[in-house]
Write a protein that binds this ligand. Structure first.
Ligand code: NAD
Length: 358
């Protein structure tokens, strides 16, 4: 069984790091890696040499039984891949149906790591949590660097400065990490979420939970939020508006699985915010929580800087790759039995993640 690790095209991370490869049985699994695949993540080829063969991309596409990446392999390369091979990546299948059809037509199999259920048993494979946690941390560091002011309170001979006010919209994995990081830097933090369970977590990190009554909170939605009514969203936007005007930094993370992200920060709200306020929209790629955000771009509106970046994990590539790699390894161990690919659809994790099986 040959497992190929490809170089990402527009991402600093690598899907498997050398330390993880050690955990596999060399008699049954053979790793091959594209030259330079880990270099941007601080894992040079020499570090892989003990556990994997360093080779070129075309050979990997032609020979691998499993190809592991973070982002999907570009469509134009599908025809080069060995028939029946399994592609393991984050496919975001709700937004990528055309690509999934092309993979199927190319006679390949596909498994999407973002579909791993949020259950205790799947925790070691949960790439969404590990990447969100990095994004939340990184978002606060980015905001602190971009902000024209201090995060902590400063009392100096040159004058006193009040701590920054940080507003976090969506207190899931990324939001909680953002709260914890902003608190460590000395900011005053407020957070919103529609899941009642988030309140205790927010408060335990020393932030204030802002409740908007009337949220739909389905406990059977696998830990995810569900879409809210238009009436609720409008009331929530008004509550956000009240707080946004006095905030120095707003980190938005609110998402709904398979749906467009809710708009919580309207243009009207941004109009009323202080110049110099920083907005980091982690939901930019799924529609954005801020009406003015654009994915992959920085927009400045009346002095408010809105950074739409849903790929901040790529900017901390060494540790992001380490987490992703451990998650992928746990997942691969579930699929490989005695050196053979065994896609048992009776297993909930496999059933939820396999998009195409031949
Ligand atoms: P996510 O990325 O889908 O969404 C981020 C947050 O936005 C969520 O907390 C969600 O409730 C919130 N949100 C959605 N709409 C909103 C709105 N209109 N206003 C305010 N907030 C809104 O979620 P996530 O961070 O990946 O995970 C959410 C939760 O799932 C976790 O906090 C946890 O409870 C659960 N979870 C469980 C496991 C596990 O058991 N293994 C693993 C990961 C996550």
């Amino acid at each position: 069984m040959i497992i190929g690790i490809l170089k990402e095209q527009a991402d600093n991370r690598v899907a498997l790091v050398p330390k993880t490869l050690k955990k596999f049985n060399v008699e049954q699994t053979e790793f091959r890696i594209e030259k330079g695949a880990g270099s941007l993540a601080s894992y040079p080829d020499e570090k892989y040499e003990k556990y994997a063969t360093v080779t070129d991309r075309e050979a990997l596409l032609k020979q691998s039984d499993i190809l592991v990446t973070i982002n999907p392999i570009p469509e134009k390369e599908l025809k080069l891949i060995k028939k029946g091979a399994l592609l393991v990546a984050i496919f975001s299948p709700f937004n990528n149906s055309e690509l999934i059809t092309k993979i199927k037509e190319s006679g390949l199999q596909a498994s999407s790591l973002d579909m791993i259920p949020r259950t205790t048993i799947a925790q070691t494979m949960d790439i969404l949590s590990s990447m969100a946690s990095i994004a939340g941390y990184r978002a606060v560091l980015l905001a602190a660097m971009e902000s024209p002011g201090f995060f902590p309170m400063m009392i100096t001979a040159a004058g006193s400065i009040k701590p920054s006010k940080v507003l976090v919209l969506g207190a899931g994995v990324a939001g909680l990490q953002a709260i914890a990081t902003a608190r460590r830097l000395g900011a005053i933090v407020e957070a919103f979420d529609v899941r009642a369970a988030a309140q205790e977590e927010v408060e335990s990190l020393g932030a204030k939970f802002v409740e908007v009554p009337g949220a739909i909170d389905k406990r059977d939605a696998g830990g995810y939020a569900v879409e809210q009514t238009a009436e609720f969203i409008e009331r929530q936007q008004q509550e956000v508006q009240k707080r946004a005007a006095s905030s120095d930094v707003i980190i938005t993370t609110a998402q709904i699985l398979g749906k467009k992200a809710p708009v919580l920060l309207t243009k009207e709200t941004v109009d009323q915010m202080k110049p110099g306020t920083i907005v980091i929209d982690l939901a930019a790629s799924s529609g954005g929580n801020c009406e003015l955000s654009e994915p992959g771009k920085t927009v400045i509106h009346k002095g408010v800087k809105i950074i739409g970046n849903s790929n901040l994990a790529s900017e901390m590539p060494r540790d992001a790759s380490f987490f992703y790699s451990n998650n992928v390894a746990s997942y691969l161990k579930l699929l490989i039995k005695e050196g053979e690919l065994h896609l048992d659809l009776n297993n909930e994790i496999i059933e939820k993640t396999i998009l195409i099986k031949s």
